[in-house]
Design a protein around this ligand. Structure first.
Ligand code: DGJ
Length: 713
C-alpha cells in the first residue's frame, strides 16, 4: 500500500483544492483561487495547527471536513448519517485507508471498522473549466441492515467573506427567481420534498462577498446533479468559514442497505469566480457543455422548434396541424413538436394519460401521416410524452390499478387529475417503455418532450416504503435505456416547465423547457436565474402569442422574439393565426437566430447589473471576435437620459463593427449615429465599449434592442 502524502492537491486552471488527510475524514485546507505550482505542501499541517480551543474537546479537531459525520465533528450538520435497527452504529468515524491520484482525479477510500462502513469519495477537478465534481458511495460492511438517513457527496468549504447568498427559487411559472439573503451565523438550507426537483428550489446555491454582482466579487457556486428530493445547506463554522452540503433528502425508512449493499450520493458540482457571477456562469456552462450534456451543441446545432401546445392545446385537427407545419417550414422552423393531446381519449386533462397510442378519432391512421408530412417538409418530428404519470381514466390504470405511488389504505390524491406510476416495478416500466419504443421504431421521431406534471406526495411503492429516491433511479434508467436503443434521439426535460432542470437530467437529456410562463417580460427574470447555472442552448425559449396566455400582457413581436433569441429558440403559437407581415417578421428573427446560433450556443455568457429598469445580457465568442447583446428595458427608465452601457468581455485591442440587425427598425426619436447602427453600423474600439460605454437610443418600457459586434481587423 502506498503511503498517503501529508497533503493532497487538485488544480484547475484558475482554482485549487488542498486536503489534509488527517483525522477521521480529510480536512479541507483550502478551496479558492489557483495557488502557484511547486509549493512545499509538507508545511501545510503546521499552517493548519491549532491550539485546543477553550471549553472544548481536549483533542484537536476541525469542522472543515470533507465528509462530516455524526460523531467525528462535534456539532455540525453531517453529510452522512445512518443507524442500524437496534439503534446502534449511528456515529461514523472514517479512517482514510488509501488515496489514489491520477491527473485531475482523486479517489479516497475510507473505512469505519466500528460502524462497519466503507466509503469511496471520488473528486475530479476539470482543468478546462475549473469545476470540481464530488461523488461518494457508502457500503454497508456489517451483517445487519443499515438505515441511511442522510447522504451527500461530502462538503465544499467557502471562505469567511462569503456572507451573502443568492438563492434560485420560485414557483410554477416563476422558476429561477433570484433572492438574496445573508449567511451571518447559523445555517441556511433549501430543500424539496416534491419528488421531482421542484419549481420551488433549484438544486444549487451561490454565495459570495456582500454586494457581489455580475462582474465583481469572489463568488462560489454549488450544484447537485439530482432530479428528486434534495437538501442544500450552508453552515457557518466556528472559525467564520462556511461548509456547504448538498445531497439526498430521504424520508424515514427510505434507504435500507442490506449487508454488502451500497448507496451512491448524487454528484456535487462546485466552482468559484474572482470576477463575479459572469465568471461563475461561464465555468458552469463550459462544464455542462463539455462534460455533462450527452452531445456538444457545436456539433449538433439546436433546431428552431415549433411546439404545438399554446397554439392548439388538446384540440388536434390533423388538417390544421399539417398546414401549421407547412407554415412553420416556410418560416425557417426546423423541428415540429406535437405536444399533449395526441393520445387515445386525451381531449382534456382528465383522460388518456398513460396510454401511449394515438387517438383513433384525431389520428385514424396513426401518427405516420403527420410525422411523414413534417419530415417531408425537411423538419424533424418531435413528440410529447409524460411516461411517469397516469390518469385514473386510462387503460394503463385499469390494467395495473395498484401500480401508482401511494400509501395503502390512504386515499389516492390526484394532481392535475393524474397519479404517479410506480415505475420502480419492472413490469409496469417495461409496458410504458415498450409503447414508447414502438412509437419511436414506427415513426421518424427525433425528439421527445419528456414532461412530468405533478409532485410526488406520500409516494410509497408496493412494499409501503417511500419510493422517491427509487423513482428517480428508475426514471434515469428508463431514459438511459431508450437513448441506448435510439442513439440519435434528443430529449427535453420538462416538468410543468422548469420543475426538473438539474444536471442529473441534463446528463441524459438535451434541453430544459424553462417555464410554462412564455410572457417575455416575466421570462427576462426567469432566464436570468436559469442562465446563472445552465448554458443558453439548453434554455427552451419560445415566441408565443400576444396577448400572452399566462399573463394577458400585450407585447410587440420584436420584444417577444428578442427575449427568446438568446436561448434555444422556438415558436409556441399557431402560425396560421398570424398576419402576413407578422410571419415575415418572425421569419426574419428566425433567420437572425440561425445566423447567430454558433455564437449564441457556444460563446461565453455575460451580463451587466440591472440598473434604471434596463438589463443587458450577451454572448462573447471564446476568441472575442464576435459578440451579441440583448438590451431589455423592463420598466420605464427612472432617469431622463440613459446612462452609457458598458459591454464587458470584448477585446480592448480590437475594433468592432456594432450593428442593430434587422428586422429591427430605427426608433422614432433618435440621432444620426444611432440610425447608423441600424444601417452599416459603427466601428468602435473595444476599449471604449468596455470602459467608456455607449449611449443607446431611448427605449420604451417592455422593448428590447439586439446588438451584434464583429471585430474588423
Ligand atoms: C406542461 C408543459 O410544461 C407544457 O409545455 C405542456 O407540454 C403541457 N404540460 C401539456 O400538458
Amino acid at each position: 500500500m502506498t503511503a498517503i502524502p501529508p497533503a493532497l492537491r487538485l488544480d484547475g486552471a484558475h482554482v485549487t483544492l488542498l486536503l489534509l488527510p488527517r483525522g477521521s475524514s480529510p480536512e479541507i485546507a483550502y478551496w479558492g483561487p489557483r495557488l502557484p505550482d511547486g509549493l512545499d505542501l509538507a508545511v501545510l499541517p503546521s499552517l493548519r495547527s491549532r491550539a485546543v480551543a477553550r471549553n472544548a474537546l481536549d483533542q484537536d479537531h476541525t469542522d472543515a471536513l470533507l465528509l462530516p459525520t455524526l460523531g467525528a465533528g462535534p456539532t455540525r450538520q453531517p453529510a452522512f448519517a445512518a443507524v442500524r435497527d437496534d439503534g446502534r452504529d449511528w456515529t461514523a468515524e472514517f479512517r482514510l485507508e488509501a488515496a489514489e491520484q491520477a491527473g485531475p482525479t482523486l479517489i479516497l477510500r475510507l473505512e469505519d471498522p466500528v460502524a462497519r462502513l466503507g466509503c469511496v469519495l471520488r473528486l475530479g477537478l476539470h482543468p478546462d473549466d475549473d469545476v470540481l465534481t464530488q461523488d461518494c458511495t457508502i457500503v454497508n460492511r456489517g451483517d445487519t441492515p443499515l438505515r441511511v438517513e442522510r447522504l451527500g457527496a461530502g462538503a465544499i468549504l467557502w471562505p469567511q467573506g462569503a456572507t451573502e447568498l443568492l438563492v434560485l427559487d420560485g414557483h410554477w411559472g416563476h422558476e429561477f427567481t433570484e433572492r438574496r439573503t445573508a449567511l451571518d451565523g447559523g445555517s441556511f438550507a433549501v430543500d424539496t420534498r416534491r419528488g421531482r426537483g421542484s419549481h420551488e428550489h433549484v438544486p444549487a446555491l451561490i454565495g459570495g462577498q456582500p454586494g457581489f454582482d455580475e462582474d465583481s466579487g469572489l463568488v462560489h457556486g454549488v450544484q447537485l446533479g439530482w432530479s428528486g428530493n434534495h437538501r442544500i445547506a450552508a453552515e457557518r463554522l466556528e472559525d467564520g468559514r462556511a461548509l456547504v452540503l448538498a445531497g439526498l433528502l430521504l424520508h424515514p425508512g427510505e434507504q435500507i442497505l442490506l449487508p454488502g449493499e451500497a448507496l451512491h450520493a448524487p454528484t456535487i458540482y462546485a466552482t468559484l469566480s474572482e470576477t463575479g457571477l459572469n465568471g461563475l456562469s461561464q465555468r458552469f456552462h463550459r462544464h455542462v457543455r463539455r462534460h455533462v450534456l450527452p452531445f456538444s451543441a457545436a456539433a449538433v446545432p439546436r433546431p428552431v422548434t415549433l411546439n404545438t401546445w399554446e397554439g392548439n392545446y388538446f384540440d388536434h385537427d390533423q388538417g390544421s396541424l399539417k398546414a401549421q407545419a407547412d407554415a412553420a417550414a416556410s418560416l425557417g422552423i426546423e423541428r415540429f413538436v406535437l405536444d399533449d393531446g395526441w393520445m387515445r381519449g386525451r381531449h382534456h386533462e382528465r383522460a388518456g394519460l398513460g396510454d401511449w397510442v394515438p387517438d383513433p378519432g384525431k389520428y385514424p391512421d396513426g401518427l405516420g401521416p403527420l410525422a411523414g408530412h413534417v419530415v417531408g417538409l425537411g423538419m424533424q418530428f418531435g413528440l410529447w410524452v409524460e411516461p411517469e404519470c397516469v390518469n385514473p381514466d386510462s387503460d394503463l390504470h385499469r390494467a395495473f390499478p395498484d401500480a401508482v405511488l401511494h400509501v395503502e389504505g390512504r386515499p389516492l390524491r390526484t394532481a392535475r387529475q393524474q397519479l404517479v406510476v410506480d415505475i420502480t416495478r419492472p413490469e409496469v416500466a417495461s409496458r410504458i417503455e415498450n409503447q414508447i419504443d414502438a412509437l419511436l421504431r414506427a415513426h421518424p421521431i427525433g425528439y421527445l418532450k419528456w414532461d412530468m406534471n405533478r409532485d410526488l406526495l406520500a409516494a410509497a411503492s408496493r412494499d409501503g416504503r417511500p419510493a422517491y429516491h427509487r423513482h428517480v433511479v428508475a426514471l434515469h434508467g428508463m431514459i438511459d435505456r431508450l437513448r441506448a436503443a435510439h442513439p440519435g434521439l434528443e430529449i427535453e426535460s420538462c416538468a410543468s416547465g422548469g420543475g426538473r432542470p438539474d444536471l442529473g437530467m441534463l446528463r441524459r437529456t438535451h434541453r430544459v423547457w424553462t417555464s410554462d410562463c412564455t410572457d417575455a417580460l416575466d421570462r427576462i427574470a426567469i432566464q436570468r436565474g436559469f442562465s446563472r447555472l445552465y448554458p443558453p442552448e439548453v434554455m427552451g425559449a419560445h415566441v408565443s402569442a400576444s396577448p400572452n396566455h399566462q399573463t394577458g400582457r400585450v407585447h410587440t413581436l420584436g420584444f417577444r422574439a428578442a427575449v427568446a433569441l438568446f436561448g434555444h429558440l422556438g415558436v409556441e403559437l399557431d402560425p396560421l393565426r398570424m398576419t402576413d407581415p407578422e410571419r415575415a417578421e418572425l421569419a426574419a428573427w428566425i433567420a437572425l437566430h440561425k445566423r447567430l446560433r454558433p455564437l449564441l450556443h457556444g460563446g461565453l455568457h455575460v451580463a451587466v447589473p440591472k440598473r434604471a429598469g434596463r438589463e443587458a445580457r450577451g454572448v462573447v465568442a471564446e476568441d472575442r471576435r464576435h459578440a451579441a447583446w440583448c438590451v431589455m428595458q423592463t420598466a420605464s427608465a427612472d432617469r431622463r437620459i440613459p446612462a452609457p452601457l458598458f459591454l464587458p468581455g470584448l477585446d480592448p485591442q480590437a475594433r468592432y463593427r456594432i450593428r442593430a440587425p434587422g428586422p429591427q427598425a430605427v426608433p422614432a426619436r433618435t440621432t444620426e449615429p444611432h440610425r447608423q447602427l441600424f444601417r452599416d453600423g459603427l466601428v468602435v474600439p473595444g476599449a471604449l465599449l468596455v470602459q467608456a460605454g455607449l449611449v443607446l437610443p431611448e427605449m420604451q418600457a417592455e422593448t428590447a434592442l439586439v446588438l451584434t459586434l464583429d471585430a474588423e481587423d
